[in-house]
Design a protein around this ligand. Structure first.
Ligand code: PCA
Length: 329
């Protein structure tokens, strides 16, 4: 068990410290995802790049797998300054604003290029919303497209009736409900327990998570439904960033830009590799047949309509900006 005591100690440890007469900064960065995830590997590389280019003036300790702070507490902890930086699943913030749902809206972004345009269109608003809380985004990286894992061949939407489906965020839960299933929100790290204790029968996630969570232990089929490409976002407490000297700030921004570029590429590569690994372990991968695709689309369309009814002007402007980008290409 972690105590407030040890967190307070960490906060102190994470502030400025004197090494060899020079002021060196140390940050703690908390992420819910484990070391097997390409996201965590990318974030660790980001930390290494910063340490190298600043010659150790800033060192960032990455605490992976929710080892330091639970997922839902990461953003509040960075806001309070208990830790200096964090990584979260962006759509896990959707209870704060419909803006954070834009990368979990079906039919909006159908591949990496679309997802990148959507991120470019969302970035100004998300940056502003984070700034209002004293936070600054550093980079965002998508997971591969989300699909459906079952322990039978999914051929018909009626098979969702009464099916207990693990979902990583609110829109996935709504999507499952629209199909007649029973959604349960479960953190990635808790997937194996959810299956082994019989709490869930199926799950929605990417091939990457299916691979790192050994989906073949629990399910036999993956329906490549290409629902959406949700992102992780890495961010820092602005006060801690402002305390760095100009050169160190620039080094952080440069390493972040590089991490974003590298992360998007890693996501594409991991998508292909993880699909292969799933198949090698006996998980059968298929595309939804025409009638299933139609029912999934209907469930998605109603999700989008629901979102539009809740979304404010800012959110609508974001979608318009995205569509303009798309039309210009
Ligand atoms: N993996 C994470 C988020 C989305 C994904 O592909 C999860 O399922 O929790």
């Amino acid at each position: 068990m972690r105590t407030m005591h040890s967190l307070a100690w960490l906060a102190a440890l994470g502030s400025l410290s004197v090494t060899g007469g020079a002021m060196a900064a140390q940050w703690n960065l908390a992420t819910p995802y484990g070391d097997a995830s390409f996201h965590t590997q990318n974030t660790k590389q980001f930390a290494e790049d910063v340490a190298e280019t600043t010659d150790g003036d800033l060192s960032i300790n990455v605490h992976s797998g929710g080892s330091l702070i639970a997922h839902s507490e990461i953003k509040p902890s960075v806001r309070r300054g208990t830790v200096q930086a964090g990584e979260v699943f962006l759509s896990s913030l959707s209870n704060e604003s419909p803006i954070y749902e834009v990368d979990t809206l079906p039919g909006l972004a159908n591949g990496y290029e679309d997802a990148y345009d959507l991120w470019q269109a969302s970035k100004p608003i998300i940056t502003q919303m984070f700034a209002e809380e004293g936070l600054m985004p550093l980079y965002a990286v998508p997971w591969p497209a989300q699909g459906i894992y079952t322990d039978f061949e999914l051929t018909d939407a009626s098979q969702f009736e009464g099916l207990r489906v693990r979902a990583p965020n609110i829109n996935t839960q709504r999507f499952v409900e629209n199909l007649g299933g029973l959604p349960t929100e479960t953190e990635e790290a808790d997937i194996p327990t959810a299956f082994s204790t019989g709490r869930v029968d199926a799950m929605i996630t990417s091939v990457s998570t299916g691979n790192s969570m050994s989906a073949w232990d629990y399910v036999s089929h993956y329906s490549d439904a290409n629902l959406w490409l949700p992102k992780n976002i890495v961010f820092v407490n602005k006060r801690d960033f402002d305390r760095l000297d100009d050169a160190t700030q620039q080094a952080v921004l440069d390493a972040a830009a590089e991490a974003e570029r590298r992360g998007w590429q890693a996501s594409r590569e991991d998508s292909a590799e993880s699909a292969k690994a799933l198949e090698a372990h006996g998980v059968s991968i298929s595309q939804p047949n025409a009638s299933l695709a139609e029912d999934l689309k209907a469930a998605g369309d109603s999700l989008f309509e629901d979102w539009q009814a809740r979304a404010g002007e800012q959110a609508k402007t974001l979608i318009e900006r995205y569509r303009k980008r798309q039309a210009a290409e």
